[in-house]
Design a binder for this molecule. Structure first.
Ligand SMILES: Cc1cc2nc3c(=O)[nH]c(=O)nc-3n(C[C@H](O)[C@H](O)[C@H](O)COP(=O)(O)O)c2cc1C
Ligand SMILES: [Mn+2]
Length: 465
């Protein structure tokens, strides 16, 4: 596995995994890329799109890099089925990076008055967006006490040549680091990496304890040390193989209006007073390629975010309930867990573990192992037939959640709901599920009875068998 964005793009263009399309017709950063992604998604298509010509800009734009699980798996060097397991392994076996002295991402260095983030083809996606946004930047920062790195994605609102509004969820790690520095009256140095190999994306979104190091997890995913290079104007290291780096600092005690921005929840959240990232330098490769992740409720954001989330939920729940079988994010802030219940009370233990695993979790449902967590109809069937609300639902009022939940109280105070949709006291002792005897199912061949009908229905999406 490589670790460099260009190598990844080359591999995707060669293999066409999940689709790869070069587009030579000029597009506008205002709404047009977003419209093309939206229309393709309506047709259930999520190809990687390479826009060669962007109105008013010299850089090409790529989008949907991480939209397809097969694409991510190929980039990591595993099959789609092995992806979750590979991510879980990387959590277990972190590998530290190595420093290199020369890096492609510093082929061009722009500093001081020459800095102009307006040169980046940042996008406007929705009618509600306040300004162009940079969405595919990995924010690197260091804890001032330990020197440990933290990586996260944070939306950046273009406000001026060297000024970006930044949104940092209260309770997530970057916000905690920023507030440590603000308590000391000092700016927080950060670097933003744009144009990243999928391993960097999956690792940056790793969710876990504060001390857990995302860079080590990315190294673990790669299976060998990552190459990082020292920044030009801040005391940080950044991915040597990225396309573009923004170096600078988040100023203490400065807040400005940031947003609204159409988010992955499908809603535009009101603007709020948020901090400012002042850009001191831009470094990039020759002929940089700008990566974008379409803002809003699009496949790419959902795919890339849920892979590391599910890996984390699985390991945390497994620590408390080894009988957990599978987990699946079913909607924003909503998790389905299946387990092979052995003892009374385990469903609630699994729910408590899940709520402790990530503050974003709001609703969680536990089902028995006979339910496929990806099949929401079956999950609803279990809720309809195995739940008595007064017995099986509990609510934890007013805990920390996401401020992107439009129904939350200010700063993301939410109620958490756990639903135990397992059969009580156990699946074995519960009402029997209706089944046609297996020997008859094996013996009956539909072709013998309704062969003509079967031949007349097209296979695939529209077929009925
Ligand atoms: C495309 C994308 C954009 C995101 N934007 C933000 C954001 O603007 N603010 C935020 O707090 N989290 C955002 N997130 C989620 C965080 O990056 C994620 O929760 C991360 O794990 C936080 O890491 P940390 O707790 O180490 O800071 C985004 C995620 C994705 C995939
Ligand atoms: Mn972190």
């Amino acid at each position: 596995m490589g670790e460099d964005f260009r190598g990844f793009l080359k591999e995707m263009e060669e293999t066409k995994e999940g689709g790869f399309i070069r587009i030579s017709k000029e597009v506008d950063t205002r709404y047009e890329v977003s419209a093309i992604v939206t229309k393709l998604e309506k047709a259930r298509q999520i190809p990687l799109l390479f826009f060669e010509k962007v109105k008013g800009h010299t850089m090409p734009v790529v989008v949907n890099c991480y939209a397809d699980r097969g694409r991510l798996a190929r980039a990591i060097g595993v099959s789609k089925q092995e992806l979750n397991q590979r991510v879980a392994q990387a959590y277990q076996k972190p590998i530290p990076p190595v420093e290199v002295s020369k890096a492609p991402v510093q082929e061009v260095v722009i500093q001081g008055a020459q800095v102009d983030v307006g040169k980046l083809p940042a996008m406007v996606y929705h009618n509600t967006d306040a300004a162009p946004y940079i969405t595919a930047g990995i924010v690197l920062a260091k804890d001032p006490d330990t020197g440990d790195y933290n990586l996260s994605y944070n939306r950046l609102m273009v406000k001026g040549k060297n000024r970006l509004g930044i949104f940092m969820t209260v309770g997530k790690h970057l916000n905690a680091i920023f507030s440590k520095m603000e308590d000391r009256g000092k700016p927080l140095e950060v670097a933003v990496s744009i144009g990243n190999h999928p391993a960097w994306a999956i690792g940056s979104l790793a969710i876990g304890p504060y001390q857990e190091n995302e860079i080590g997890i990315i190294g673990g995913l790669k299976g060998s040390p990552l190459e990082m290079v020292r920044c030009k104007t801040v005391d940080l290291m950044v991915p040597a193989g990225a396309e573009i780096i923004l170096e600078g600092e988040i100023e203490p005690f400065v807040r400005e209006e940031e947003g609204p921005f159409g988010e992955f929840t499908g809603y535009a959240i009101h603007s709020a007073q948020n901090p400012i990232f002042r850009v001191k330098a831009i470094t990039h490769r020759y002929n940089p390629i700008y990566q974008d992740i379409c803002g809003g409720q699009h496949r790419e954001h959902l795919t890339m975010a849920t892979i590391p989330m599910e890996a984390n939920y699985f390991r945390v729940i497994k620590g408390s309930v080894p009988e957990v079988e599978a987990v699946r994010m079913a909607a924003p802030f909503t998790l389905v867990i299946s387990l092979r219940k052995k003892y009374e009370g385990q469903a609630r233990s699994a729910l408590l573990a899940a709520f402790s695993a990530d503050l974003y979790l709001k609703h969680a449902i536990v089902v028995d192992h006979d339910i496929d967590v990806a099949d929401l109809q079956r999950v609803f069937w279990a809720m309809a037939t195995r739940v008595q609300a007064s017995r099986d639902i509990f609510i934890i009022p007013r805990a920390r959640g996401s401020s992107l939940d439009p129904s939350a109280e200010p700063l993301g105070v939410v109620d958490k709901m756990g639903i135990d949709a397992t059969a009580k006291p156990s699946l074995e002792r519960f009402a029997s599920v209706n089944r046609v005897p297996q020997e008859i199912m094996d013996r009956i061949k539909l072709e013998d009875y309704i062969g003509d009908f079967l031949k007349s229905t097209k296979p695939g999406k529209k077929g009925y068998v």
